[in-house]
Design a protein around this ligand. Structure first.
Ligand code: NAD
Length: 355
């Protein structure tokens, strides 16, 4: 089990250190884990003038799975776009062919009061969002700026999906739904966009191979509304890169804090990059305040999806549930009057709960 560890910037180093304690504990328990650590994002720029240094990409390529913290920070905001930390993320996803992004929005019963919605609307929430990650308007060409015939500046991007790209993510969505409640909702904007009309046709065609999964379609504006109106109607949502970007952030707030939510980005062979959904949180970096649970839960997803060791994933998730049940709370998930735990103490508690 070769894991590349890319802490990144800001709280990335702190939360990955806590996940590292879990890795160390599992190794001592006999799992054959090897790790290599490398810089990415702003740290990559500091080390090698590149947000994704070649040496880092090489380490990620020879690993079976990658654990990433977060990238970005005020120090790097004035760099030209191609050197900005986020480019390191886009580049590694593209280089490794990580086309399927899995984002669970799961509400732990202990955290019902942290959700922005009423307990009766969200308790028991368990949604999986499958977002396509390597296509769509974020990558389509042409893009750029120009001056039009009347002398006004214009900015333009191209929303683009090919049939094989849609088929690949649709199959992925159906497979995930098969392992859950067998309900898949495909989200698009087929009333307006040609890209979405093709998307809907292809998803509908793929559904013929998955008669055991109930498929529905929803326009993205309605999906955004339904997620706050009645989120428990969803089991698995499959959608394109941009719609998925927005809906998964919306869904994350239903689950309380973004400090709780892991993600996985997988290639066709289940090699994956695992990371919390949040960013580098410069406002709390270096203060022992960050919640490390999203990163630790990302590690659990790694064992579930890349190493197909559901037993190890279950064990890590059970340890997280135990520390929550014991009342441990970092500031982001603490309700008024609850005591607050630091990043390192939370990591130590999870390791203790593993035994
Ligand atoms: P952010 O996710 O870093 O922070 C948003 C808010 O949530 C902040 O108040 C922060 O303190 C809090 N927060 C985030 N993670 C937390 C955790 N684990 N525990 C407790 N609180 C937490 O988003 P932002 O402030 O918009 O962006 C900050 C930097 O992160 C920017 O440079 C941005 O580009 C980058 N970013 C990176 C990623 C990534 O690496 N995948 C994702 C989003 C943003």
């Amino acid at each position: 089990m070769k894991i590349a560890i890319l802490p990144g910037d800001g709280i990335g180093t702190e939360i990955v250190a806590e996940a590292g304690k879990v890795v160390e504990r599992l190794r001592r328990d006999g799992l054959p884990i090897e790790t290599e650590t490398a810089p990415i994002g702003g740290a990559g720029y500091d080390a090698a003038r590149q947000p994704l240094p070649e040496a880092t990409l090489a380490i990620a390529q020879r690993a079976d799975a990658i654990l990433l913290g977060a990238v970005g920070g005020p120090k790097y905001e004035t760099l030209p776009r191609q050197l900005r930390p986020e480019q390191g993320l886009l580049a590694i996803r593209k280089a490794l062919g990580l086309f399927a992004n899995l984002r669970p929005a799961l509400l732990y019963p202990e955290l019902v009061s942290s959700s922005s919605l009423k307990p009766e609307v969200v308790s028991g929430l368990d949604i999986m969002i499958v977002r396509e990650l390597t296509g769509d308007i974020y990558f389509g060409a042409p893009r750029g700026r120009r001056v039009n015939a009347t002398g006004d500046a214009e900015g333009f991007d191209t929303m683009l999906y090919s049939e094989p790209e849609i088929r690949r993510i649709a199959r992925f969505g159906f497979e995930v739904a098969r392992k859950r409640k067998r309900r898949l909702c495909s989200v698009d904007k087929a009333n307006v966009l040609d890209t979405s009309i093709l998307w809907r046709e292809v998803v509908t065609a793929v559904a013929k191979d998955y008669a055991d999964v109930e498929l529905s379609h929803m326009y993205v504006d309605n999906a955004a509304m339904q997620l706050v109106r009645n989120p428990k109607q969803f089991d698995v949502i499959v959608t394109g890169n941009m719609f998925g970007d927005i809906l998964s952030d919306e869904a994350s707030m239903l689950a309380g804090s973004i400090g709780m939510l892991p993600s996985a980005s997988l290639d066709a062979n289940n090699k994956g990059l695992y990371e919390p959904i949040h960013g580098s949180a410069p406002d709390i970096a270096g203060q022992n305040k960050a919640n490390p649970l999203a990163t630790i839960l990302s590690l659990a997803m790694m064992f579930r999806y890349t190493f197909t060791r559901a037993d190890v994933a279950d064990r890590i998730e059970a340890a997280v549930r135990k520390v929550l049940a014991d009342g441990m709370r970092t500031a982001d998930i603490a309700s008024a009057g609850e005591g607050v735990t630091g990043t390192r103490q939370m990591g130590d508690a999870v390791v203790a709960a593993l035994s």
